[in-house]
Design a protein around this ligand. Structure first.
Ligand code: TYM
Length: 343
């Protein structure tokens, strides 16, 4: 009897937990920007929330992809999620392309989203400038698919980097618009944007976001870069014409290095300033580089172990996609009924 009471209360606690959804595109290896802006926060939040972490491969094809590479990088990304500390037994981790409800809800929500809203999306403007030869409709409607990802699971909180804030706001607007017509169908999600690390900047142009698609490989650090590569990229990082470190907005290169240190060590900005302000740039870069390597090495080691274990990864993928599909269907059924599709 006693045991039953305990079980019940733990289930009740589980029910009360709020839901998190987030995802990353599987295009090449992720950067320390993706890691500090998103993935590391997911790891911190996984115990407090019911979490779904998706490899958003449907989003990836808005730019041209090579099939074999896409397949491999999706798999690697899932292995990296686990290597970074996400527990596949506790969280629902899966490929977006395995759960067709994402695309289905996306079509529906597209009919409740205005062209003018999509036209305002800065990421669309940036990406269409970058890929002039391939400004496809998917690139334009991308934020609707993102809204579908989130709303499908009645998500309360979406941990992302700063660059996704505008997309999140659109997801909220779509949810509210739909709810105003049909009653309370969707939970209206809130963004979770970390205090430090939400905007890791390019090492070569520190006023620009760090991005894995940067043509200059010295501008970004991939989570799988080897220690000597990391040290060299940090050494080459653009700073300014001053000589000693100060944490200030008008010193973006130095500020970025100090932010990276704070993220890698888990120290507050205050403690980071105490540790690094006044250092010469040579010393600063050495300390930051070493802290970064210390943070990355165990993740890399686990990644290569997990990657070997094909059977383990396959079992996770299958089981979690089924769970996601089950949860997604609950929302989708409700949506279809409200709209008036025949049962
Ligand atoms: P993506 O794949 O571009 O990036 C994944 C996550 O990394 C964050 N990020 C950064 N954070 C700090 N500094 C940077 N330099 C940096 N670069 C990237 C992003 O903000 C993101 O959190 N559209 C999304 C993927 C997505 C999604 C979703 C996210 C699809 N559906 C639903 C949340 C919920 C994207 O392209 O992220």
């Amino acid at each position: 009897m006693m045991k039953r009471v305990n079980t019940l209360s733990s289930e009740q606690t589980k029910e009360k937990k709020q839901t998190i959804f987030s995802g990353m595109q599987s295009t090449g290896v992720i950067t320390i920007g993706n890691y500090f802006g998103a993935l590391k926060n997911w790891v911190k939040l996984q115990d407090e929330y019911n979490c779904l972490f998706c490899v958003v491969d449907l989003h990836s094809i808005t730019v041209k992809q090579e099939p074999a590479k896409l397949r491999q990088s999706s798999r690697d990304l899932l292995a990296l999620y686990i290597a970074a500390g996400l527990d596949p037994e506790k969280n629902v981790m899966y490929y977006q392309s395995h759960v067709p409800q994402h695309a289905e809800l996306s079509w529906i929500l597209g009919c409740y989203t205005y062209m003018g809203e999509l036209n305002r999306m800065t990421q669309f403007k940036e990406k269409s400038q970058k890929h002039v030869e391939n400004i496809n409709a998917g690139l334009f409607t991308y934020p609707i698919l993102m809204a579908a990802d989130i709303l499908l699971y009645q998500t309360d909180l979406v941990p992302v980097g700063h660059d996704q804030k505008q997309h999140l706001e659109l997801s909220r607007d779509i949810a509210e618009r739909f709810n105003n017509i049909y009653g309370n169908v969707f939970t209206v999600p809130n963004p979770y944007i970390g205090k430090v690390g939400a905007r890791i900047m390019s090492l070569q142009e520190p006023t620009k976001k760090m991005s894995k698609s940067d043509e200059n490989v010295n501008a970004f650090i991939s989570l799988l870069d080897e220690p000597n590569v990391v040290m060299n990229k940090i050494k080459r990082a653009v700073t300014d014409s001053e000589t000693t470190a100060i944490y200030a907005d008008d010193r973006p290169g130095v500020k970025n290095l100090m932010d990276i240190y704070s993220c890698a060590t888990g120290e507050t900005i205050e403690k980071t300033k105490e540790a690094l302000e006044g250092k010469g740039y040579g010393d600063l870069k050495k300390i930051v580089g070493e802290a970064l390597v210390a943070e990355m090495e165990p993740v890399q080691k686990r990644f290569f172990e997990i990657k070997q274990d094909k059977a383990y990864l396959d079992s996770i993928i299958k089981k979690n996609a089924e769970t996601a599909s089950y949860l997604a269907n609950k929302t989708l059924r409700k949506v279809k009924k409200k709209i008036g599709f025949p049962e």
